[in-house]
Design a protein around this ligand. Structure first.
Ligand code: HEM
Length: 136
């Protein structure tokens, strides 16, 4: 049986093959859910910050589902940093990861399986716990 981490890596790889730049899809969903967040990216005219942030989130996901060298610290630190410096509360920060999951699921379509869904749910729970503990 394929383990949960492998399922997540495979889903990301497949999504990357089908859609080489997920940035517009992720942020479309983010701004649909939180229209007020658009103003936070007003200076990001060429979408470089948005792309960079998404790639950091992907790297964090890869680390959390693999070597686990740094992502716990990164997510914890960024949750506090975003709250203090950008006015993005933990409740809003945490929504970024389910949006990434939903985007990958939409891109995969029929290739998204119940096992992949379960693997992502477990990962999101883990991330949720990390963010909840940040700053407390
Ligand atoms: C809804 C969730 C999030 C929102 C609204 C958000 C928003 C922002 C904003 C407004 C900036 C500053 C942009 C600028 O320099 O003009 C920023 C920077 C950054 N974000 Fe996010 N962010 C979110 C989630 C995340 C997540 C999940 C990660 C990674 C795990 C992340 C990593 C970063 C990094 C590395 C920077 C660069 C600057 C720094 O760390 O000080 N962000 N984010």
């Amino acid at each position: 049986m394929v383990d949960a981490n492998t399922l997540i890596h495979e889903s990301l790889e497949r999504a990357g093959e089908l859609c080489p730049d997920l940035t517009p899809k992720v942020y479309e969903q983010l701004f649909n859910q939180h229209p007020d967040l658009k103003s936070k990216f007003i200076m990001d005219k060429n979408h470089a910050v948005k792309g960079e942030m998404l790639s950091k989130a992907f790297e964090a996901i890869i680390d959390l589902t693999g070597a686990e060298l740094y992502a716990r610290t990164l997510i914890h630190a960024e949750a506090i940093n975003h709250d203090n410096n950008f006015g993005i509360t933990k409740e809003v920060f945490v929504t970024f990861f389910p949006i990434v999951r939903d985007t990958v699921r939409n891109v995969l379509g029929g290739n998204w399986t119940a096992e992949t869904d379960q693997a992502w749910s477990q990962l999101l729970e883990k991330i949720d716990g990390l963010i909840r503990r940040a700053g407390s």
